[in-house]
Write a protein that binds this ligand. Structure first.
Ligand SMILES: Nc1ncnc2c1ncn2[C@@H]1O[C@H](COP(=O)(O)OP(=O)(O)OP(=O)(O)O)[C@@H](O)[C@H]1O
Ligand SMILES: [Mg+2]
Length: 265
């Protein structure tokens, strides 16, 4: 969990379309937002940026298959002085008027929908079963969830009754010009090299190979750029960041390396 204290550290975010305005409209109407998109395309960065822009604290929860409603809401703990209640991140966000961001929400246990539903519609309430409290969300409270629709087995995890409580946005890898700006900025690499990496990234993405589940992300392009900046040869950096992370299959790896050599040979 990650609490971003409001300060001057505005994260860099390169907009891809109308997403910042859409998010602001959703926030002003107190509507929850769902962001879907492939790994490493900027979902988390966007939420961090919007939290700062709207000047709201942010609680991020990385969901996993053991995550229960109690992990979100809170639980009784036993200490030296007896039993006491500890708010979970969702409860804290509800009380403080913060943004609660549930990353990979479809991973979470089904019992979490029970607490999310009344918060995600116009009731905006959080019933805390174990303490008998019925919390009304503070005005600034906003629920944001994200998931990767590419992981098919997870898609079925989100019921229409849940999905249809959210304003939904689709993210994808940025357009080349924007992505090059992101890579140059995040890795502090020369613009021409960033452009070349992005061109390679797009060539790799076009290469639909059966063993590559998901294409090289913006995140990986930044990794490659950072290694290049610190002196790793482009070929080695691309192999380590854009090829090996994508596949274990040696044939696939050599096919991808051929593309790399065409750009950085
Ligand atoms: N639009 C953008 N503006 C600025 N940086 C970006 C943008 N998109 C991607 N990045 C960079 O790419 C990295 C990966 O993005 P991010 O962590 O937001 O991906 P994600 O979509 O949350 O991925 P995952 O689904 O794996 O969590 C960021 O740390 C940032 O450096
Ligand atoms: Mg993320």
């Amino acid at each position: 969990m990650n609490h971003i204290v409001t300060g001057s550290d505005m994260p860099f975010y390169q907009p891809q379309g109308n997403e910042t305005a859409l998010f602001e409209h959703a926030a002003s109407h107190r509507l929850p937002v769902l962001i879907k998109g492939p790994t490493g395309c900027g979902k988390t960065r966007f939420v961090e940026y919007m939290a700062r822009k709207l000047d709201r604290p942010l609680y991020t929860v990385a969901c996993h298959d053991d995550l229960t409603a109690a992990d979100l809401v809170g639980r009784h703990l036993v200490g030296a002085e007896g039993t006491w209640w500890q708010d979970g991140p969702l409860t804290r966000a509800v009380r403080e008027g913060a943004i609660c961001y549930l990353d990979e929400v479809v991973e979470a246990r089904k019992d979490t929908t029970v607490v999310l539903h009344p918060l995600a519609d116009d009731r905006r309430i959080l019933p805390i079963e174990r303490t008998g409290e019925l919390l009304e969300a503070a005005p600034g409270f906003m629920l944001v969830v994200s998931y990767n629709p590419g992981y098919q087995n997870l898609l079925k995890g989100m019921k229409p009754s849940t999905r249809q409580r959210f304003v939904a946005m689709r993210f994808d890898y940025p357009m080349p010009e924007q992505e090059a700006r992101i890579v140059a900025r995040e890795a502090d690499i020369a613009p021409e090299q960033a452009e070349q990496l992005v061109a390679l990234g797009n060539a790799l993405r076009r290469l639909e190979h059966h063993d590559v589940e998901e294409a090289a992300s913006t995140r990986l392009l930044i990794y490659a750029a950072r290694l290049m900046v610190s002196g790793v040869t482009p070929l080695e950096a691309c192999e380590a960041c854009l090829v090996e992370p994508l596949s274990d299959d040696t044939e696939t790896v050599s096919a991808l390396m051929e593309v790399v050599r065409a750009y950085f040979g």
